[in-house]
Design a protein around this ligand. Structure first.
Ligand code: NAP
Length: 535
């Protein structure tokens, strides 16, 4: 009987190697398959078994880190621009991988791939403004005592460890580069661990950048396959930036090594994001139509597999029926199927396990809600709905019990949302806050006073608020789209993390140090530093 490796090669599916310690390395054993969710076929395999992660991390620390930090912020920003150019030149290839391994339509793949390139370009541009400096400062030197010459200054020194970036399956491209851009600009080497199920795109992109010879040795590594003992080798000076489910995030935060070494961890987890229709909005008004369009876009973009996607649709009782009907009507026009077919606007979820999880999630939600829309005769265009990971868009209604616990607790990571009617604005805000901390909420209203009130009421439980009146109905970038210039992350269940936010994101990769010294010494430090807040 042929060995497993021979079977893999015979099936034509490639074996993904990891780039560790400055060289490509293959793990041992069978590994895990990466699927084409449209056909159910394996397209690649990944194994990390037996890889020496301790040595690989040390290589990043002692080879990659010093080489990166020998460069100034502006020089590192230039490297980001070059990475963006390399990725842009092979854009078609990335779209092909995203379609094959993630079931992405062109529009879905663009969020991930163009989002990667755009984020790198953004940090290349704003990073250049930091100039020749090698460390940061926060504000100016301040007098500390009666002697005016005794002063204090806060500076940020780039960490001398390695940045471990653990990513979720739904953004194999953007998840990699939105973290790497900030980390590399800071001078901290990147050790990326993509989700195994969609690691192909991340691995291919890293391969292109390594091949182009842009970065110093050890500045960029990628581990394909399971994390194994990765976190057991953490040291002081390392950081972990995690994106994924709340359960995995909790496990990482509680990891013995993380606790013992007090390793800095940023968690971007799942959340039950809401869209709230203001009490002033009537059916047929511009705000109503913009609201409906956004809910449908969020339910179907990337087949609902966005951490920021709208899961709860909060509407005043009086217009609940009209809103439900309008959303259901738009959902009935969504064409589900093979993303290669240009008429298709929603592809499959990432694999059969995810399809099962979404179906089970819908079944659980149905124990506390009613189905408001689900296609009666579901079929997938140009694909076998049994073999592929297709799930029809499904709208539920919590009109009988808007407080139903599962509606506010269970993240169903697919094209699923629940309409939740509210009594008055306070009740609407309370229900939005029932998500226990979310990445994003959108509020639609023609009343700017109400939008401002909502911003304050929801501000402590949300990381980002999109406040839509008709004047920005067509021009805003979308509820679910994370922008590099603004913070990404949310409190509570969403993980309590903060990423991006322009140059603010650099602080995660720096140690803040309070300096005390003479005016002359601190002037030297201050003049040699870059102040990201001033750029
Ligand atoms: P997941 O199962 O939590 O996995 C996320 C990552 O963690 C993967 O790379 C996974 O590797 C790795 N991992 C699993 N166990 C680990 C451990 N013990 N130690 C270290 N790493 C470990 O999440 P997912 O299914 O890929 O992604 C979907 C979830 O991510 C959704 O809940 C979504 O809301 C959330 N998400 C959040 C954001 C955000 O920015 N807040 C963005 C995107 C997605 P393997 O794949 O090899 O198991």
């Amino acid at each position: 009987m042929a060995s497993t490796v021979e079977n893999r090669v015979a099936s034509g599916a490639q074996i993904l190697q990891s780039y560790l310690g400055g060289k490509w390395q293959a793990g041992a054993g069978q590994g895990a398959p990466l699927m084409n969710p449209t056909t159910g076929d394996a397209v690649a395999w990944a194994s990390s078994q037996g890889l020496d992660l301790s040595t690989a991390l040390e290589y990043s620390r002692i080879v990659g880190g010093p080489a990166l930090r020998a460069l100034s912020y502006a020089q590192r920003a230039e490297l980001l621009g070059k990475i963006a150019d390399v990725l842009a030149a092979r854009r078609d290839e990335w779209f092909e991988i995203a379609r094959t391994n993630s079931g992405s339509t062109k529009a879905d793949a663009a969020i991930d791939i163009d989002g990667s390139i755009g984020t790198l370009k953004f940090f290349a541009k704003i990073g250049a403004k930091l100039g020749d400096a090698h460390f940061l400062r926060a504000g100016q030197a301040m007098r500390l005592a009666r002697d005016a010459n005794f002063q204090g200054l806060h500076v940020g020194i780039p960490l001398d460890g390695v940045a471990i970036h653990i990513n979720a399956f739904n953004f194999p491209g953007w998840g990699l580069w939105e973290k790497a851009a900030v980390s590399l600009l800071a001078g901290v080497p990147v050790f990326s661990k993509p989700a195994t199920s969609t690691a192909w795109l991340a691995q291919a992109m890293v391969g292109a950048v390594i091949e182009a010879g842009i970065l110093p040795n050890g500045a960029l590594s990628i581990l394909c396959g399971s994390p194994n003992d990765l976190l057991d080798h953490l040291q002081v000076g390392d950081v972990v930036a995690f994106t994924g489910s709340a359960d995995t995030g909790e496990g990482i935060r509680r990891h013995a090594r993380v606790c013992k070494q007090n390793v800095r961890v940023n968690i971007e987890a799942d959340s039950l994001n809401a869209a709230l229709l203001g009490p002033d909005v009537q059916p047929g008004s511009p705000e109503f139509n913009f609201f409906v369009r956004e809910v449908v876009r969020e339910m179907t973009a990337k087949t609902g597999q966005k951490c920021t996607a709208i899961r709860r649709v909060l509407v005043p009782h009086a217009v609940a029926a009209a809103a439900t009907e309008a959303i259901a009507d738009a959902l009935s026009k969504v064409v589900v199927g093979n993303p290669a077919n240009p008429t298709v606007n929603m592809g499959p979820v990432v694999n059969l396990a995810q399809r099962k999880s979404v179906e089970e999630g819908i079944r659980q939600l149905q124990t506390q809600t009613d189905v408001a829309y689900s296609p009666s005769n579901f079929s997938a265009v140009d694909a076998d709905a049994q073999r592929g990971a297709f799930v029809p868009p499904t709208l539920l209604s919590a009109h009988k019990n808007p407080e139903a616990a599962l509606v506010h607790e269970l993240e169903v990571f697919g094209p699923v949302a629940t309409v939740v009617p509210y009594r008055d604005k306070q009740n609407g805000f309370e229900l939005a806050r029932c998500g226990g901390g979310s990445l994003a909420a959108s509020v639609f209203s023609a009343d700017t006073e109400f939008l401002s009130e909502a911003a304050v009421a929801l501000g402590t439980t949300h990381g980002r608020l999109l406040l839509v009146d008709a004047s920005i109905g067509d021009s805003h970038t979308g509820h679910g789209i994370v922008l590099p210039s603004l913070l990404h992350g949310g409190p509570g269940r969403a993980g309590g993390g903060e990423e991006l936010g322009g140059l603010h994101g650099l602080w995660f990769y720096h140690q803040r140090v309070a300096l005390q010294g003479s005016g002359a010494t601190l002037r030297v430090m201050s003049e040699g530093a870059a102040d990201p807040a001033a750029e």
